[in-house]
Write a protein that binds this ligand. Sequence first.
Ligand code: SAM
Ligand code: FES
Length: 352
Amino acid sequence: MRSLIDKLAAGHSLTKGEWTVLIANQPDREYLAAKARQAARRYYGNAVFIRGLIEFTNYCKNNCYYCGIRRDNRRVARYRLSKEDILACCKEGYGLGFRTFVLQGGEDAYYTDSMLAGLISQIKSSYPDCAITLSIGERGRESYKLFFEAGADRYLLRHETADPAHYKILHPKEMDFEGRMQCLKDIKETGLKTGCGFMVGSPGQTAECLAEDMLFIARLSPHMVGIGPFVPHHETPFAGEAGGTVEQTLYLISLLRLLKPDLLIPATTALGTIDPKGREKGVLAGANVVMPNLSPIGVRKQYELYDNKICTGDEAAECLNCLKGRMEGIGYRIVTDRGDPAEGPGGISCTT
Ligand code: SAM
Ligand code: FES
């Protein structure tokens, strides 16, 4: 099966059957990880980009079966950050060296398109050398266009699964697979740099589902793919389900790296939650982004998508220093430019 890994590394594409075989059997782990590391090094050297994550609302109209901030979880204290709070997070982050801010939240109509556009242009005018990533769910073509025109650079919307039957296992009836896929197309066409992604080991996920994810990613050709293990949350319908494993997540990170060598792939907080060395292992499997939390400490625990989320009590500066040390410990270095996708092998892109 090593020949399948070689085929992927050389041609960046496999058939559904070939993906399924690799994902179901996960052969030659070390060999695959080494190839993925090599590919990442060709494009990005030993750079790991940082993104400052600002979780600005935990109100959500959706009821995804896996998510701790789902609408029906009455046990979570809901919060919304004001414009001033968000700007204060950016100010702190900028001082620490962050040049990308990721505004993430539940699907919360309180923040209208025009409010968000105003916020985006204010952040952009205060920090013109920074990139803004939005991760606020399904909005619609016109909204994405407005955000782009206001100065947003990137949009992260995990597709969650590319298999419609699996989507139904993860979501209640009112949530629509086609609608989510359409949003991703709209985001990409708007001109926003696009990120998709999925959880690894979510209930009902099979090797065939993951093969579909790979084919979908090949078709969409996003700039970023965020994947992390599914971690159960005790106040959700999936409380009693098994979570995703470190090994499976690392294997998929490496496959993604070989599928699209210039991808931005985060070593996620969820991976760091299920393994104390998860983020280091993620980078050694081919990831090249980490996303420390810039949200005010007072609200961190309320943005608990899954149980035992790490870093909920640490200042942004502590997290940053901790991650710098962790990355240096494995021979990588955190870089503080915007971290746009590489424009070809041979070095990191440092555009403004
Ligand atoms: N509301 C926005 C959206 O839908 O894209 C952004 C926030 S959403 C909570 C961010 C991501 O967290 C989801 O796309 C999902 O993949 C991930 N997530 C939610 N619950 C999780 C869990 N229990 N374990 C791991 N990841 C989870
Ligand atoms: Fe937050 Fe280590 S990254 S404490």
